[in-house]
Ligand binder design. Structure first.
Ligand SMILES: [Zn+2]
Ligand SMILES: [Zn+2]
Ligand SMILES: [Zn+2]
Ligand SMILES: [Zn+2]
Length: 893
């Protein structure tokens, strides 16, 4: 006999709730288990009268219980998918008929309940034996879809009458009259809410004393038993009516084996729901459950369980339908490309319920950056019903790999750059030791790195202090800075002392998690299984001698925290000064070229108020990234400062604008056009052509796509160089250390660390020598930059408006995602992306255009990212061309 399913699970022991690894085999109606797969003797559990239930509502450790009349097995799977596979396999052996699991989840057709163990705040009664559930909290099993209640012992005798999904599941209750077939109410007895009122007589109904009176699972109407027959028989489906696809509509299977729904008149615009159960920690699972409660469970799909194909096939015969994707931008992209494959863009319009982080597309469409756990489903559905439709441009990333000659790279080393080198040495050291602290499990390594880190920061702070002493322009600010530097120094000293103490204590307790990373502690307690942490707690207590050693650790944490604060203050101070300086210079510019700059300045001020520049939430990172930021801003500011003098410097700032005037002359007449006619342009263009890579690579047939293949589709943005490298490293890190990237804060942290490292090492300084950019066939001489971003939507990497404005101005049109126009911007450094002042001054804009061509020269690949997915693109040509448009549901605020 072959196994239906086999594999390792953790099994809870009956004593002390410990977990033991066991190998399980499901054969026929028997579950066998032993120490490992090769064991000779297996224990066995007869499943003929068994129920399976998830262990709790939240169920973070993916555990489930098998309940038989004789015993109870608590098991724990490695992940949610694995747990669900086990549960559905265990259920499938109990149901008589055999269901095709590949095309639909078993539970959609079997009518079997989906149990989870839970407690109830008020008296609750078993729908099987009618007795009350035991204990003060009425502990028992509840069905996650229909809320059917049962004792653990009774669950096995519950009839398979869970929420209907198809016409067949309604059975003999179906209403047939002159209008055709209609759906009756699906009544569930008892356990009504406190305030329940009868829909017939309008008097209170339900009881806390016994299982009494009824509630419809669909329209939520409640009635007395005596009034039930007086109530109209047809179910109006209630509040969510517009979105629900009634079971009566699911009545036939296509010739190719897929269910097809027929659209009944009641259902104006049915909703297909896709939930990524992995999104937003455990948020996805919750929403999956809630959507099944409010809608037909058969119209709700878990993307992690079969992808978008089944759902789209089910709805594809509809003239029009709506799709709701609950997840991140990646999930949206996944569904959109499946819509491409089935060519359903005409029928389908798509809305987003953002889960997790990132979610640029959701933001732009008006659905916000992330969804609150407590958001009520009817509210969400109502918003969706009132949503309007907008078209979203989608772009093909076409690539053609071939080797091209590199540009000669001889760069003169200026005095400024050698000073930069000096600072880079600091930065390299900071980055290296940060990495060590984060990656090492060895106490001694962590401590020694922390020491060096502190010393480096101290040194660096001293240098900042000196810089501030020099130009005594603003005594007040210099004073403030001096005070903060002193404070920081004191704190660094304290921390160093503490580290020293800790280092001496270290040999006794090796391998303790580094205290510098604050999140580590929280993560541990929340994510680790309860029993395990309890075990470790017990161990800690037993070694009472070790307890003393924990005290210095606490102190260390405290000091690290206050150090963090002090560093942040210094950075804020420094930043403030830089911004002030920048603004001051902007004002100077206003005097020089009034038209252009006054406008930009106004806009920049306006935006400063509304734009939220959230800081990266990591303690250890704080030290490093900000100080270079100051330098970056300075660098750009110094360019800005020299604006008044020669044409060469001025044009360096204005280069992108100039090009755009030439590329898109029709965008707006007026200023742009008048300037475009003057001879100044040719001068500026000439001055800006990169002297070392002056000859562009010439494509004999620029419009041809022969030899190109579609690498992927872009909905949000494309990045090459610095920004892409960051997401690439992040993705690699995620694969290496999934446990480190589990929570949101952790994700932010890695972005922070890697972003910093990148900025510090300046790997992609001078990307302009490795790539060549063409917009609408126009060769663009690039300034010195580290990356290029091509934007379809005005939100980048979690909410930054990288274009730096939403309105049209004298040069550019307003950015929009349905104009078949892309925005191209330069990336100067990763800090610019996070909190850039440069964006507000808009000196980074390169162009607006209809197609982009990027040529990667030389024989080395360059990191590239599309919508957050990154890879190394080998040398050759990338073309970004318009693909199609998708109908998106948007919320107007
Ligand atoms: Zn019972
Ligand atoms: Zn149920
Ligand atoms: Zn009803
Ligand atoms: Zn009544």
């Amino acid at each position: 006999q072959t196994s239906i399913k086999e594999g390792l699970l953790l099994k809870q022991t009956s004593s002390f709730q410990r977990w033991k690894k066991r190998y399980f085999k499901l054969r026929g109606r028997t579950l066998y288990y032993a120490k490992d797969s090769k064991s000779l003797i297996f224990d066995e559990v007869d499943l003929s009268d068994a129920s399976v239930a998830e262990s709790s509502t939240k169920n973070v450790n993916n555990s489930f219980t098998i309940i038989t009349p004789f015993r109870r097995l608590i098991l724990c799977a490695e992940n949610r998918k694995e747990m669900e596979d086990w549960i559905s396999s265990l259920k499938s052996v109990q149901s008589r008929e055999h269901y095709e699991t590949a095309q639909f989840n078993v539970e959609h057709f079997s009518g079997m309940h989906n149990w989870y163990a839970c407690s109830h705040a008020r008296p609750t009664f078993c729908n099987v034996c009618r007795e009350s559930l035991s204990g003060v909290t009425s502990h028992g099993l509840s069905c996650e879809v229909c809320k059917f209640k049962a004792h653990k012992r009774c669950a096995v005798r519950a009839t398979n009458n869970c929420k209907w999904t198809t016409l067949a599941s309604i059975g003999k209750d179906i209403i047939e009259d002159e209008d055709g077939i209609a759906m009756p109410h699906q009544w569930l007895e008892g356990n009504l809410p406190v305030s329940a009122k009868c829909a017939v007589c309008d008097k209170t109904c339900g009881s806390v004393l016994r299982l009494q009176d009824w509630k419809c699972l669909w329209c939520k109407a409640m009635v007395h038993t005596a009034c039930k027959d007086l109530y109209p028989r047809k179910c109006p489906l209630g509040q969510c009516k517009v979105s629900i696809i009634p079971p009566t509509a699911l009545n036939s299977i296509d010739s190719d084996g897929f269910w097809k729904a027929t659209c009944p008149p009641s259902c104006a615009s049915p909703l297909l729901v896709f939930v990524n159960s992995k999104s937003g920690d455990n948020q996805g699972v919750k929403f999956l459950r809630r959507f099944k409660q409010s809608l037909n469970p058969a119209q709700v799909f878990d993307l992690m369980n079969g992808g978008p194909h089944l759902g789209l096939r089910l709805f594809q015969k509809f003239d029009n339908f709506r799709i709701l994707v609950c997840g991140g931008d990646g999930s949206v992209g996944w569904v959109l490309s499946e819509i491409d494959k089935l060519s359903l863009h005409k029928q389908a319009s798509l809305g987003v319920l953002p889960l997790g982080t990132g979610n640029d597309l959701a933001r732009v469409l008006g659905w916000g950056g992330s969804c609150d756990d407590d958001t009520q489903l009817p509210q969400i559905l109502e918003k969706l019903e009132r949503a309007s439709t907008k078209m979203l441009d989608r772009w093909s990333i076409m690539s053609y790999e071939l080797k091209l000659p590199a540009k000669p790279s001889i760069l003169p080393v200026t005095a400024e750059e050698s000073e930069e080198c000096q600072i880079s040495a600091y930065e390299d050291s900071v980055a290296a030791h940060l990495a060590k602290i984060l990656n090492s499990d060895q106490h001694s390594v962590v401590i020694s790195s922390a020491k060096i880190l502190c010393e480096t920061v101290k040194d660096f702070v001293a240098k900042i202090g000196k810089t501030y002493e020099k130009p005594m322009e603003n005594a007040e600010e210099a004073d403030a800075m001096a005070i903060k530097c002193t404070e920081l120094n004191e704190k660094l000293d304290l921390l160093l002392q503490a580290l020293h103490t800790e280092a001496q204590a270290a040999p006794i307790l090796p391998g303790i998690t580094p205290p510098i990373v604050e999140e580590e502690g929280e993560e541990f307690s929340s994510e680790e299984s309860l029993s395990e942490s309890k075990e470790q707690l017990a161990e800690c207590v037993s070694k009472s001698s070790a307890q003393k050693l924990f005290k210095p650790r606490e102190q260390l944490m405290l000091r690290a925290n206050s150090l963090k604060k002090a560093v942040r203050q210094i950075i804020e101070q420094a930043e403030k000064v830089v911004v002030d300086e920048q603004n001051a210079h902007s004002e100077e510019q206003v005097n020089q070229s009034p038209l252009e700059y006054s406008k930009e300045l106004d806009e920049s001020k306006e935006e400063e108020k509304e734009e939220d520049t959230k800081e990266l939430e990591s303690p250890s990172i704080k030290t490093a990234p900000r100080s270079p930021d100051r330098r970056t801003s300075r660098g750009i500011h110094s360019q800005t400062g020299s604006f008044s003098a020669p044409a060469l410097a001025a044009s360096k700032e204005n280069l992108p604008v100039l090009n755009t005037r030439i590329i898109c002359p029709g965008l707006r007449a007026g200023l742009a056009a008048s300037i475009a006619g003057s001879s100044i342009i040719s001068k500026m263009l000439l001055a800006n052509i990169d002297p070392f890579g002056a000859t562009p690579f010439i494509d004999p047939d620029p419009d041809s796509l022969e030899g190109y293949s579609e690498k992927c589709v872009m909905n949000n943005y494309f990045g090459i160089g610095l920004d892409a490298k960051i997401s690439l490293e992040f993705n690699n890190k995620r694969e290496e250390h999934p446990e480190k990237c589990r929570s949101r804060t952790k994700n932010m942290m890695w972005y922070g660390v890697l972003g910093t490292k990148e900025l510090l090492q300046r790997t992609y300084k001078n990307l302009e020598q490795k790539v060549q950019l063409e917009c609408d066939g126009q060769y663009i001489p690039l300034p010195s930059l580290q990356g290029i971003a091509v934007l379809n939507i005005p939100s980048y990497a979690g909410g930054t408006n990288f274009w730096g404005g939403t309105k049209e101005d004298d040069i550019f049109g307003a950015p929009s995602f349905d104009d078949k126009i892309l925005e191209v911007v330069a990336v100067f450094g990763s800090m610019q992306m996070a909190v850039s002042r440069v964006i507000k001054l808009q000196h980074h804009r390169i162009a607006q255009c209809r197609s982009v061509k990027i040529t990667i020269l030389g024989d080395e690949g360059v990191p590239v990212q599309v919508d957050g997915e990154a890879w190394i693109q080998p040398p050759g040509v990338i073309k970004i061309i318009h693909k199609n448009r998708a109908q998106m549901l948007t919320r107007d605020r």
